[in-house]
Design a binder for this molecule. Structure first.
Ligand SMILES: [Zn+2]
Length: 408
């Protein structure tokens, strides 16, 4: 079973963009052999026959093509996560947000919007959010990222400015609202929380209920390669997004999502590009009739620990359900490819009640068969450790569920 977000009729007038991208990819010597001439992008059936692109393929193509915008500056952004060498993606000024704003307007002229995505370091989220806010005509407070000691004073400033909207990566938003909650600060005028970059975190709902009870979430899904693919509203499920008409979403038999850009201004050759996210096309409870994209998370949530598959997301979720725990993260230490230890880092929710870490450790060890089996002869190699902050990417503010460290 293979499915597209657009019907053949809706896709047809836009497929010339995919055809052009195919020709560009055929012109890349390292990729040409993957696109023999019997393959085409003239129809959805044709597209489904094309090989998917991975991030490395796209960077190979970009290194050869070095695209440039027709009518604006060309911006270079760093693509890829917290591991590996920096890779570069391209976008024109505006970052395709006019096409997003035409279909999704979370902000209006009356809003006071705090842009809390980190700016600089070649990370795109701050700039695309700024472009959206510009189109909405609201007031903008370009805050960027702040350090641990700055949350209190800034929160007081934002409350005094009666901000109505804030946007950021969910990991960063959690820091903002957890700080506000712990300090007893309220943002009663906050109505809108824009997010992009990670899955929504249900614990944000708890913090918002205390800090900003009128606030509702407005989500975007995308990547530095595809830019914004889809959006949702407070009436949608947090994991479900409505693809924009200039973004073609496809799910194949393996359940992985791939994306094809149909915006004529696109610079990155995004043709069946895979972000690594699994997902499905489904109905959204908000009632919009066209197929929505449900994102089921990364397929790489399962990591091999001493020959056994450990579901990191499940372990983290289990830990974060424990009383007094705000956030958790798994740090796996390896030597020569073998796991020597596994540490669960835990951030407490507030000054009190402190989480009972020994009890949590025992519970996780007993309930997670992979842990109990992998470390049955050296149970002390599984530890739970309290920390002030998790290990995060300083550039994007994203916090991965798993960190792998190689011991020397
Ligand atoms: Zn919806």
């Amino acid at each position: 079973m293979t499915a597209f977000s657009l019907s053949p009729e809706a896709a047809a007038p836009r497929l010339h963009v995919a055809r052009r991208t195919l020709e560009r990819l055929r012109g890349v010597p390292a990729l040409a052999a993957r696109y023999p001439y019997h393959l085409d992008a003239d129809s959805l059936e044709g597209l489904a026959q094309l090989p998917p692109l991975a991030r490395d393929d796209l960077n190979t193509a970009l290194a050869h093509l070095e695209p440039a915008a027709d009518r604006s500056a060309t911006w270079l952004f760093q693509s890829g996560g917290s591991t590996g060498a920096p890779k570069v993606g391209y976008a024109p000024t505006g970052f395709y947000m006019a096409g997003v704003h035409a279909h999704w307007q979370p902000l209006d002229r009356t809003d006071v919007f705090v842009n809390a995505w980190g700016a600089g370091r070649m990370w795109g989220a701050h700039f695309l959010a700024a472009a959206l806010a510009d189109l909405s005509g609201c007031r903008i407070i370009a805050l960027g990222s702040v350090t641990k000691d700055e949350y209190g004073p800034w929160l007081e400033f934002l409350a005094a400015r009666r901000v109505t909207a804030i946007g950021g990566t969910p990991s960063v938003l959690r820091l903002w609202f957890a700080h506000a909650r712990a300090a007893g600060l309220r943002l009663p005028s906050l109505r809108k929380v824009l997010w992009l970059g990670e899955a929504w975190q249900p614990r944000l709902d708890d913090d918002l209920a205390a800090v900003a009870p009128e606030a509702r979430r407005w989500g975007m899904f995308g990547s530095t390669e595809t830019w914004v693919v889809g959006t949702n509203t407070p009436h949608c499920r947090a994991d479900t997004f409505h693809p924009l008409p200039h973004q073609l979403v496809h799910t194949g038999e393996d359940g992985l999502l791939d994306f094809t850009a149909l915006d004529p201004a696109v610079l990155n050759p995004v043709l069946r590009y895979r972000t690594g996210d699994a997902g499905e096309l489904t109905a959204c409870p908000c009632g919009r009739p066209e197929p929505a994209m449900r994102v089921l998370g990364r397929r790489d949530s399962v990591v091999q620990v001493r020959g056994l598959g450990l579901d990191v997301d499940e372990l983290v979720a289990r830990a974060e359900r424990a009383p007094g725990v705000a956030r958790a993260q798994v740090v796996l230490t390896e030597r020569g490819g073998r796991a020597t230890g596994l540490e669960l880092l835990v951030v407490a929710a507030g000054p009190a009640p402190a989480p009972d870490l020994e009890r949590l450790r025992t519970e996780l060890f007993t309930a997670t068969i992979t842990l109990g089996t992998a470390f049955q002869h050296d149970p002390g190699s599984f530890r739970v450790r309290p920390v002030d902050e998790l290990v995060s990417n300083g550039r994007t503010g994203k916090t991965a569920a798993l960190i792998v460290r190689e011991e020397s």
